[in-house]
Design a protein around this ligand. Structure first.
Ligand SMILES: C[S@@+](CC[C@H](N)C(=O)[O-])C[C@H]1O[C@@H](n2cnc3c(N)ncnc32)[C@H](O)[C@@H]1O
Ligand code: SF4
Ligand code: SF4
Length: 310
């Protein structure tokens, strides 16, 4: 979805859907990794399919997460995100794990709904050395925000973000604070108002296109809930996710992307193996072969994937 050129600074567009991949060898280790520290969530956002997931809910054991981070620290890569389909701030040892990662030289980006980042947690985050935190917030008014983020209070999130921003500045911490939202039908006026409201409390605003996941709905410009339209092109395209990205679920399952968020494609498990072993093993290689060609006859979840048709 093209964004207007007139987006007020510092709004930037985060391109979520990668362009078609060419077949090329994968690096020996994923460049970018999401670790699902918990699959539990405290909200029921209208665009998210979290409440439709059937996989059992749970938290990643501290030892498994720490071992993964140690392995990641020894490998080249871009950054990691300690979240995936869940609210990581529900994990009882999240701040400890962030500190563990940062100490080992890993670039960490947290993505959160912000409801649980209270003052004490904010101080812990600053002390942990976390480099970047993105708050997922789709609105600048209480009514619209609470319509989308069901179960959240707008005032709480506003206060949490402002407090973190203030404490960050007082501490002279280099942590980047990002406001992030998935754009659907919002017009330029909305984007301007959004930026005007949030600009004082963040360093950057990122906007990504809303991903079409089956059955999701969203709030249109006029406040009505509307279905997301079907993807414009019928045929799947090659997919680059298996060439550089991995999601590690809370139980150790390794999945190729966030689309198969219900463990539909599991390429291995890191309970008893390293991520490197799983990444270089046969199931991943087979998926790469199919993904490079865009031929998903043996991969029904990919054949049904709408992300690659947007
Ligand atoms: C699944 S959430 C997990 C982290 C945290 N619970 C949160 O809301 O930020 C990660 C990101 O996915 C976004 N998201 C949810 N549903 C989406 C959809 N249908 N398409 C694209 N992004 C979506 C959220 O807004 C959030 O920025
Ligand atoms: S978007 Fe985040 S907070 Fe909202 S339901 Fe999904 S996982 Fe939970
Ligand atoms: S489901 Fe398959 S085609 Fe879709 S993003 Fe994931 S790996 Fe790529």
């Amino acid at each position: 979805m093209a964004l207007p050129r007139t987006l007020p600074s510092p709004v930037v567009s985060a391109r979520r859907v990668p362009p078609p991949a060419r077949v090329r060898p994968a690096p020996p280790f994923p460049r970018s990794i999401n670790i699902q520290l918990t699959s539990r969530c405290n909200l029921r956002c209208i665009m998210c399919n979290h409440d439709r997931l059937t996989a059992p809910r749970g938290d990643m054991p501290f030892e498994m997460a720490a071992r993964l981070l140690d392995e990641i620290a020894d490998q080249p890569g871009d950054s990691i995100s300690l979240q995936n389909m869940g609210e990581s701030f529900l994990h009882p040892r999240l701040v400890e794990l962030i500190a563990h990662a940062v100490e080992r030289g890993i670039q960490v980006r947290m993505v959160t709904n912000g409801t649980l980042v209270d003052e004490e947690t904010a101080r812990g985050l600053i002390a942990s050395g976390l480099q970047r935190i993105a708050f997922s917030v789709e609105a600048y008014t209480r009514e619209r925000y609470e319509q989308i983020r069901r179960g959240a209070r707008f005032e709480t999130v506003v206060q949490n973000i402002r407090t973190l921003h203030r404490l960050r500045d007082e501490a002279g911490s280099p942590m980047q604070i990002e406001l992030h939202w998935e754009r659907y039908q919002e017009d330029e006026q909305f984007v301007k108002e959004y930026a005007r409201f949030w600009r004082p409390w963040c360093d950057v605003i990122t906007v990504a296109p809303l991903t079409r996941l089956d059955g999701i709905q969203y709030v249109g410009r006029d406040g009505r809930v509307v279905p997301v339209p079907p993807p414009p092109t019928p045929a799947p395209r090659p997919c680059r996710f298996p060439f550089g990205f991995a999601v590690i679920k809370h139980n150790g399952d390794v999945c190729p992307c966030c689309v198969v968020s219900d463990h539909q494609i599991v390429l291995g498990n890191v309970k008893d193996r390293t991520l490197s072993e799983v990444w270089n093993d046969e199931p991943y290689r087979r998926l790469r072969e199919a993904a490079g060609r865009g031929d998903f006859r043996d991969w029904p979840a990919c054949a049904a994937c709408t992300l690659m048709r947007q």
